[in-house]
Design a protein around this ligand. Structure first.
Ligand code: G6P
Length: 482
């Protein structure tokens, strides 16, 4: 079995002394896959994400980190210890075109409906070159998989970075059984069809090279069917979730991803988390918390979350001085100007709120942008309210992790546009992510909910969140291949 994804379970950064420091890969995809891909002993093909990764991959034979190398490098076990990780050394320009320009600007923004607000695409000659980079990058992955896969092997291709790989593999290695999984939403056809026609077609056809295409929610699978019908004229069956195109049929599947409750609790009880929990509790001095944890990502809607917190304080003076908004963010995709500007806007609004309301002994917003997983787990433990308000999100695992760890039960304020709302909607307080007023009202309701109701909702949220742990989600993808 092989797994292919842009980001692998481990990535390296350069320390001040020039040495290589390993880090756990971030984001929902890696969280879901690390434990299971490791346990199955799969070969995990991923990209070297920068010079530090390239150097690390060159330091081991064939760029393949064997299980003991992964363990040695990781220090912190993330469960990936039995996978062999093959990091592809893709030249920096091709990687930039594929990852930054096509995947993380064009495709990410189209699937999250962020065009025009953050990104105004111009599809001219520069984009043509970027697209060629995306094709070349996908080809490098397809060739690596074709080279390493045993006859008839199963290949699990992940996410929008690698949409063309299933089609390429069908040409290179028709014996393989290939699944593709989308960790993002899928754009509705009116939006998707604004991509240049050949790009819109290639992405769909590439993905339809797979035997099975998986999505996190039924909404995203349906949107994919709509796009295949509109753009390719494919024959789609909405009840059976199949697409027929160019003489082949691809089955779609809906596989929501949850969290492994036992593993998460064990991780959140380790000393590094305990230490951060103690420090945070001391800073809070018994005050209640509205917690959020995100990458500094436009789709996460951090700015509107802060505006909602400001409306809460303005509209309900009883919370002034009593509640702290703990917003912990991981730096993300800082190569892209849209992300840098967004991060700056987040910091600016947080500062405005602190200027408006802060006193000598109360800072209303505690915002940190730092790559610290243990710190996030500590915040979940102390959460009274968890705010998850993305404008659109494939699933959102924060909404699932928080309720599992909140020590006294947390109320969840959740966007209707997160895939997770399909499973958690019953016990979360659902909000339109654009409606800051409604979000402020939901925060107030969450903070004033009777403790017993909060705890019992939280127990049900935690049960729903752990219903499909990564092993089962992964097994569903593998089983779908027969
Ligand atoms: C989302 C995507 C993943 C990606 C993650 C982190 O969850 O679906 O494919 O790995 O974000 O983003 P990054 O660009 O840092 O890999």
């Amino acid at each position: 079995m092989l797994v292919a994804s842009n980001r692998g379970p481990v990535t390296f950064v350069r320390a001040e002394d020039g040495g290589l420091v390993p880090r756990r890969g971030g984001g929902g995809l890696v969280s879901g896959l690390s434990a299971v891909a490791g346990a199955t002993g799969a070969l995990w093909v991923c990209a070297a994400l920068g010079d530090a990764d390239r150097e690390a991959s060159r330091s081991v034979p064939g760029g393949r980190l064997a299980p003991h190398d992964v363990d040695r490098h990781l220090g912190e076990p993330v469960g990936a210890g039995h996978a062999v990780v093959r990091m592809l050394d893709i030249d920096a320009l091709t990687f930039h075109r594929a990852y930054d320009a096509v995947a993380n600007s064009t495709l990410w923004f189209v699937h999250h409906l962020l065009w025009s607000t953050a990104f105004t695409p111009v599809f001219g000659a520069p984009f043509t070159r970027e697209w060629e980079g995306y094709v070349a990058y996908n080809r490098t992955f397809a060739e690596a998989v074709a080279e390493d896969a045993a006859p008839g092997a199963k290949v699990l291709v992940q996410d929008y970075h690698l949409s063309l790989v299933p089609g390429m593999l069908r040409d290179l290695r028709p014996d393989l059984r290939t699944a593709h999984f989308s960790h993002t939403p899928w754009a509705p056809p009116d939006y998707y069809a604004l991509l240049p026609a050949r790009v819109a077609r290639s992405l769909l056809e590439g993905l339809l090279g797979a035997d099975h295409a998986g999505f996190l929610s039924v909404r995203w699978a349906r949107a994919f069917l709509d796009c295949a019908e509109r753009v390719l004229g494919a024959r789609v069956d909405r009840a059976a979730l199949t697409v027929e195109h160019a003489g082949r049929t691809t089955r779609l599947g809906v596989h929501p991803l949850g969290v492994d409750g036992a593993e998460l609790r064990e991780r959140a009880a380790r000393p590094d988390v305990e230490a951060r929990r103690a420090a945070l509790a001391e800073d809070l001095r018994g005050r209640r918390t509205v917690v959020r944890v995100d990458r500094t990502e436009l789709s996460k809607n951090i700015v509107r979350g802060l505006l909602a917190f400001r409306e809460l304080l303005r509209g309900h003076p009883e919370h002034v001085g009593e509640v702290v908004h703990v917003a912990f963010a991981y730096p993300s995709r800082a190569e892209l100007p849209e992300y840098r500007e967004y991060t700056a806007a987040v910091l600016r609004v947080a500062e405005e709120i602190n200027d408006e309301f802060g006193t000598d002994d109360w800072q209303p917003v505690v915002l940190q942008v730092e790559d610290d997983y243990a710190r996030s787990l500590a915040a979940y433990r102390l959460a009274d309210v968890l705010l998850v308000n993305p404008v659109r999100d494939g699933m959102n695992l924060v909404a699932k992790e928080g309720p599992v760890l909140a020590e006294d039960g947390c109320a969840l304020v959740l966007s209707t546009e997160a895939g997770a709302a399909e499973e958690l909607g019953g016990d979360a307080l659902l909000v339109n992510p654009y409606d800051v007023g409604e979000t402020a009202d939901a925060l107030h309701r969450a903070l004033t909910m009777p403790p017993e109701e909060r705890r019992s909702r939280c127990r049900r949220l935690a049960a729903a969140a752990t219903a499909v742990p990564p092993e089962r989600w992964f097994a569903a993808q593998v089983d779908a291949l027969g």
